[in-house]
Ligand binder design. Structure first.
Ligand code: NAD
Length: 357
């Protein structure tokens, strides 16, 4: 098969980690007989320097005409003094909006060989962890009506949490589809004991669940979920939740897995289209020094194969190669706390390519 991928290297370590992810994809292409065609486009600081704006129309057009988007990271010290709406990071919001990316997926996988990086007790994480937070990305309180007003108590402010049935339905479908490809368990997180919007959320998720009789559905309040995440995270497979609750819970989930250099993410639109990127930023402090861990970006590319292209075997091969490199004791500097054989960005790419048999 032939797949068209819009590639946004971005700024800082973005181009370095993207380079390694493309080498890994090329190896997958050779091994499994696929062609990946890359269209490199500008966004962020690199786009500001070249075109004057952080998200050129050409970038949007090429992303829209591709099968998926793979992004490194944007931003850096050079552009820190620009006004908020002209900064490189605005490109991310623009891409989300233009591409209709309404579902954010953040897996939290604890690799056995990095277990020491997990802040939880060994007995809580024994056997590893593998969960994914599915966060609604374009609705809820972050996009609801907001404002300032005078009240009897003096000046006040408000932000409205509003969800339509359709918004809840489409994110629930993403979560249930994902559960079908994983452990067949969905935990829907809300605050239905207090919020009307959560009661609608819970009702619609229950309706969607009827189409997935094989998937077990549990409902949890967000406060209880935050506790359960550190008490017994192994109970979770797919967590689906609103924009604000997902923002908080996905950060909590990611921290139980250790280094930021290991965390991939995906943002999905209708019809399997998606933008895939590491959770980390452009890390200007280590840019250009062959110190960045490319694994989060490489694992993001694996998510792209799995969720947009439906290539599970190929995605498994990448994830296994990453595990094998760690099991063989190789560590980029961010993972060196517990010893190991230190490698750089390029060597990590070389090893992962080699381990894909
Ligand atoms: P950051 O994630 O770039 O860096 C935080 C720390 O983690 C730094 O010490 C960095 O060296 C380290 N780090 C990050 N990625 C790493 C990797 N792959 N390997 C090894 N170490 C890694 O966050 P920050 O410093 O807050 O932000 C730097 C710039 O990135 C800012 O301009 C910010 O706005 C931008 N940013 C972009 C994105 C994005 O593009 N999605 C996300 C977050 C921040």
């Amino acid at each position: 098969m032939n797949y068209k991928i819009a590639v946004v290297p971005g700024d800082g370590i973005g181009p370095e980690v993207i380079e390694q992810a493309l080498r890994v994809l090329d190896k997958i292409g050779d091994t499994y007989n696929h062609t990946f065609e890359y269209m490199k486009v500008l966004a962020g600081g690199a786009a500001i320097d070249t075109t004057g704006g952080c998200l050129p129309q050409e970038t949007i057009d090429i992303c829209k005409s591709s099968d998926a988007v793979l992004l490194g990271a944007v931003g850096g010290w050079k552009w820190d003094t620009l006004p908020g709406d002209e900064r490189p990071e605005r490109a991310l919001l623009g891409l989300r909006k233009e591409l209709g990316l309404f579902a954010n997926l953040r897996p939290a996988i604890l690799f056995e060989d990095l277990a020491q990086a997990c802040p939880l007790k060994p007995e809580i994480i024994s056997g590893g962890l593998d969960l994914v937070v599915v966060r609604e990305l374009t609705g809820g309180i972050y996009f609801g009506e907001k404002g300032l007003k005078e009240t009897d108590l003096g000046p006040a402010a408000y932000d409205v949490e509003l969800y339509s049935e359709e918004e809840v339905r489409r994110i629930a479908v993403v979560a249930f589809d994902m559960a079908m490809k994983r452990g067949k368990k969905v935990t829907s997180v809300d605050k239905a004991n207090v919020l009307e919007s959560s009661r609608l959320w819970r009702r619609v998720v229950a309706e969607v669940s009827k189409d997935y009789p094989e998937v077990e559905l549990n409902n949890l309040y967000v406060d209880n979920t935050a506790m359960q995440m550190v008490l017994n995270p192994k109970q979770f497979d797919v967590i689906v939740t609103s924009n604000i609750f997902g923002d908080i819970l996905s950060d909590e989930a990611s921290q139980i897995t250790g280094s930021i250099g290991m965390l991939p993410s995906a943002s999905l639109a209708k019809g399997n289209f998606g933008m895939y990127e590491p959770v980390h930023g452009s890390a200007p402090d280590i840019a250009g020094q062959n110190k960045a861990n490319p694994m989060a970006t490489i694992l993001s590319a694996a998510m792209m194969l799995r969720y947009t292209f439906g290539l599970s075997k190929e995605a498994d091969a990448i994830e296994k190669a990453v595990k094998d490199v760690l099991a063989a004791g190789y560590r980029t500097p961010d993972l060196m706390a517990n010893g190991g054989k230190e490698i750089g960005t390029k060597e990590a790419g070389d090893l992962i390519v080699d381990f894909i048999a």
